[in-house]
Design a protein around this ligand. Sequence first.
Ligand code: FAD
Length: 488
Amino acid sequence: MASQDASNRSHATFDLFIQAPSCEEVMQHFADLCRQLDIDPKDFRNFYTQLKEKLNYWKAKALWSKLDKRASHADYQQGKACTKNKCLVLGAGPCGLRVAIELALLGAQVVVLEKRESFSRNNVLHLWPYTICDLRGLGAKKFYGKFCSGSLDHISIRQLQLILLKVSLLLGVEVNTGVEFQGLIEPSGENGSWMAKLQPRSHPASAFQFDVFISAGGGRFVPDGFKHKELRGKLAIGITANFVNGNTAAEAQVAEISGVARIYNQKFFQELLTETGIDLENIVYYKDDTHYFVMTAKKKSLLKKGVIKQDYSDAEQLLAPENVDHEALCHYAHDAAHFSTGGKLSDLEFAQNHANQPDVAMFDFTCMHRAENASLVRERRGRKLLMGLVGDCLVEPFWPLGTGIARGFMAAFDTAWMVRSWGMGVPHFKVLAERESIYQLLSQTTPENTSKNYAAYSINPKTRYQSVNLSSIQPHQVQNLYDGDKSH
Ligand code: FAD
């Protein structure tokens, strides 16, 4: 009877873990589950197998079959391709977690560091068809029943992080929240290896020694050694706004706007301008946990409506917090949302952001960043470290086009492919040359020019890019991506 009770308890905890709506609760229920089943989450190599054996629960089995299917792909060599590798992943954003999952499937030990304690971004991400297929394959619907039902092709950043966090934990990834990465520590002494300087300093993860470092720190986070290029375009001011979704029948009726650009709908934008004084280049509206709007606004109308106080030619000065009237920004975003949904969202009330403020923000897309390279190798005292970038810190996306996750996941797969080669002993210049050859294609990828056989997508670039030449860059061309303290 006692054991029946114990198993009922673990089933209930598993349900709580699957449905947990916040990062903190995911971590809590996961820890409870491990304790109740007496499984050590640090035993990453056996964790998933033990969990499957000990949690004899029909609801879990449907998820195991999805994860088993993914794990059985030949690329992972039955989880043995990278058994010797230890990987540190910086950032538990969607791309950091997505790459962590692939590295775990390759058999590596994976530790993720995330400086935040919670996932708070309501903003909604557009998903290309392949990412929907990919996430379904990881059991997204089991964690989030509403995931891309019908023709929906988007998800809030927060929900996506929650799904990927749960999958990561189940596959034995160690995820540490509330820990900030502050830099690499070079190997010292005879047997020393690469380690990380963390805040808090005494965090147990500061003792982790690794040979692969993946940065998925987002936005403009550039780890030491990498260079960013600035791509300066014409002034582009993005506004995001989230409103409370009461999930009423009336709200459900309101049609989404999956991208109305000025060139396609002059009449709509002209009417918006005439009636409200709001002048936009484009607008997107998605319904998710919130009613989410993203729009690109014209400077002149922002000045006229008092959102921007003073005109400056420099975009940074123009959008500096002290030059923005937050209340006027709220009105601007509210009125644009009201008009574009034909007034059908009657009580538009702002959702709150992480700081308990109305969730509206203005961002500058005038200057986009892109890393010059996707990979580096450092060597100190005979210890090599493979470094890679994924997600926004590799290529910054333009949100209204929704390229963040699509290109971010592509880079996560490409990076996992690189680590696979590293783990299989391919010489480092060859690893770097291949990674850079693939990186050349990333910024040009669109849903049209990538393979339509989504079910066949794997970490192997040939399954995704229609024509990829893995040796378009040769090892002798990437000598600058090796930084060693001795001749090689
Ligand atoms: P992120 O999601 O930014 O994750 C990076 C993670 O690294 C963060 O969790 C961060 O806390 C962590 N981190 C950074 N530095 C450290 C450190 N030193 N130590 C430990 N952890 C660290 N895209 C859209 O398409 N539409 C939107 O409306 C939209 N809104 C956004 C709003 C905000 C405020 C931000 C930051 C991004 C937004 N994006 C939006 C971009 C979108 O979130 C990303 O494209 C997507 O999340 C993939 O990014 P990523 O995983 O590379 O980085």
